[in-house]
Each structure stands twice: as structure tokens, then as C-alpha cells.
Design a protein around this ligand. Sequence first.
Ligand code: PFF
Length: 455
Amino acid sequence: MESQELDKRGRWGSKVVFIFAAAGSAIGLGNIWRFPMMVGLNGGAIFVLVNILAIILIGFTVMLAAFAMGRHTKKNPVGAYNAIKPRSPWKLAGYMGVFGSACILSFYGVVAGWALGYFYKTIGGVFKGDITWQSSDAIFSSFAGRPLEIIFCLFVIIGLTTFVISKGVRAGIERWSKILMPVLFGLIILLAIRAVTLPGAATGLSYYLKPDFSKFNMTVLFFAVGQAFFSLSLGLGTMITYASYLPKSDNLVSSAGWVCFFDSLIAILAGIIIFPTLFATPGITPDKFEASGGLMFQVFPIIISKIPGGYFFGILFFFLILVAALTSTISMLEVPVAYFVDERNWSRKKAALLVGLFCFFLGLPSGLSHGGVDIFTKWNFMKNMDLLFSNIVLALGALIIAIFVGYVWRVKNALKEISFGNPRFKLKPLWVFNIKFLAPVVIIIILIFIRTFAG
Ligand code: PFF
């Protein structure tokens, strides 16, 4: 019975493939672009430490809850909430995930498009010669402000994502994840080794890895927990959807553990590339990492131009970012597509095409808000989309999952689902405490804190 259902909807080829796919969703611009930016803005190593604690105590907890919901119901987020608590308002959280995923994809696709643009610029030799902060800044501003190029890049990113998703879970996501993730990992290790051998790398490493506890405050906690959700793709139903293609024999605990581990590893390695390189470059300090923009795109060309073999490493780096971004955009599109396939009986192709088009058009104002079109630039469209969806909607979605699994579905039922494939769950008491108390309390504090941020 289970087997027939999975055959109809699709399923993962093996446990390892599921981990690759879920880690592929988690690992993306959040690790390579957003994480180092957050570290730079929030006191260096102390942010790294709090972020790791947030991943272990809250991220892992919520991810396991999402996996249990997904596998138990074998549904998209709307179907999952509805299956466990029929005809109740809880399914609104599922709709929020379906809509939120499409909205995040719209502006995330723009940043992925920047990576595409930088990839072909690097191949074309734009960053050869002596690149200064000023010239790099000028290249970024003129690129991000050129409407046709930005629209073209966004179109290619959303088009590729739509193509992969329309092929379905086995032929599409699985094949790509299997090829792309190991390539990504190899490339990032290579670049990290290169970075720590730069002159002056030690200062950067100590800034990045030696926490200064006096720098801890509520802002650090706020951004560190938010970054954990963003980076682990939690709060929108991505992990519910991915786990819906899993058989009962899979060990959810170890899968969640591996995904959190790989995701943290890549983020930490990304920092090991960025910080030593940053400290080896005159005129740039980490506090210039602004949350708004494309600082990584401004900083990296300088580094490329300064290191031996920079042309080659630059091409590798932007290819790597592109790969990481695509495995995440694929997971974002999968959430609404699974909804339309499961709940509305649309064909996978039709769902992928229509949602892809929606994301493309919604992405236009974001793409044109960096000088392309005055009104969108004035509204700061992309920054506000990011603020609303990445900070508020994700935290709210994670809070709802925690409360729903902790009190509505109830931990005993979730634990029963978790026990298939893992009869002896040693961390059970800790997980129960975290899902019922720690995660909701910390997220509520954070959401209250957002209100003070928003004035
Ligand atoms: N986790 C992805 C990253 O770190 O780039 C971003 C992401 C994917 C966020 C999917 C939210 C989501 F639902």
C-alpha cells in the first residue's frame, strides 16, 4: 500500500539520495552569501557560536518535526496539516509555506541570477587586472542596474529550476542533487585550502573562530536563530515536502542530523574562504558587509584579481555558488508544485510552468530594485521582500510547526512516526523538551524582537 502510493507520487532512490537532496535545499546562497555577511555584521565568532547552538537545539528539532509530518502524511504542507487536523485553520500555515516559497524564490532567483552574471563575467575576463574596491563596486552597481541583463539572468535561473522540477522527484531533483552536491563540496574544500594559505590568513581565522563573549546581545541571538531557519530551509514546508517522498524504513533522526551537519559544514567552510581572504585585502573590513546587497559580489572580484590563479578560482567560485543556489531554488519550487499536483490534481508539468512563470514575474520588481527601475529602487523592493519573508514568515512557520507537532498532533504520535526506521531514539527527552518548550519560547522572543526592530 505504502509502496504503491510512493510509486504514484515518486520517491527517493535511497537514503543517501534523500540526504543529498535535503542538504542541497539547505545549502545555498544562505551559507555562502548570507552567512558570512551575518558573521561580519554581528561580531564575528560569537555569531558563529550562537548560530551553531541554534542549529543544534532548535534547527535540528524543527527539522525532525517537519520530516515526521512529511513522511507520516506523504503530502505537501497544506495536505500535511489538513491530514493531521482536518478542516482546521492549521492548514493556513501550509498555504503560507506554499505562497512563501514562491515569494522567496522570486528574489532568491535574482541573487542566483547575479551569480550567473558573475560566472560569465569571470569567464569573459572582466575581473582580470588590478581590481580595486571602487572599480568592483562600479562593476556591481552597473550590472545590477542593467534591466535587460538582470531579467535575462532571472529568466535562466527560474527556467532551469522549472525544467528540473517538471521532470519530477526521481528524474529531476534526485539526478541533479547526486551530481551537483559532491562537485560543490569538492570545490569549496579546494577554495578553503587556497584561502588559508593566503598571507594574513591567521588574523581572519581568529576573527572568525575565536568568540568575544562581550559581543553577545539580543541582536546576535535574533540574527543567529533567523539564519539557522533560513539556512536549513525551515518554516515554509520544504522539508515536509521532501520527507513526503520517504519510505518508512528511513531513519529520520540520522537524516536530519546529517543535513544539519553538512549545512553547517559548508557555511563554516564558506567563512573560511571569505574571512582570511577578506583580512588579506586592504581597505575592506567585515563591518562593511551590509545586509542589503551584493557585497560578496563586490568583494570577491578584488580577491580574484589579487591571488595567483585567480581567474581559474573565480570561475570555480561563481560556478559553485550557482550550483548551490540551484539546488535550493529547486526545493523552493517543489513546495508549490507538490501542492498543485496533490491538492488540485494538476499535472507536474503544468504546475511547474505556471508557478515558475509566477515567480519570474514576481521576481522582476526585485531584480529591478537595484537601479533598474527608479520606483522599485526607491521602494527597496528586494530588501523588503527579504525582510518580510526571510525574517518574519520563516520564523512564524517554524513556530507553527513546533506548536503543531508539540501540542496538536502531539509528541507521542510524532515519536511513533520517528520510531519507524529508528526504534531507539536516544535524544528523545531532549527533542521533546526542545519542541514543546525551547523552540516556541525562543521563536516567540525573536518575533517580539522583530517588532522592536520594525519600530
Ligand atoms: N536554505 C537555502 C539557503 O541557505 O540558501 C534557502 C532556502 C531554501 C530558504 C528553501 C527557505 C526555503 F524554504
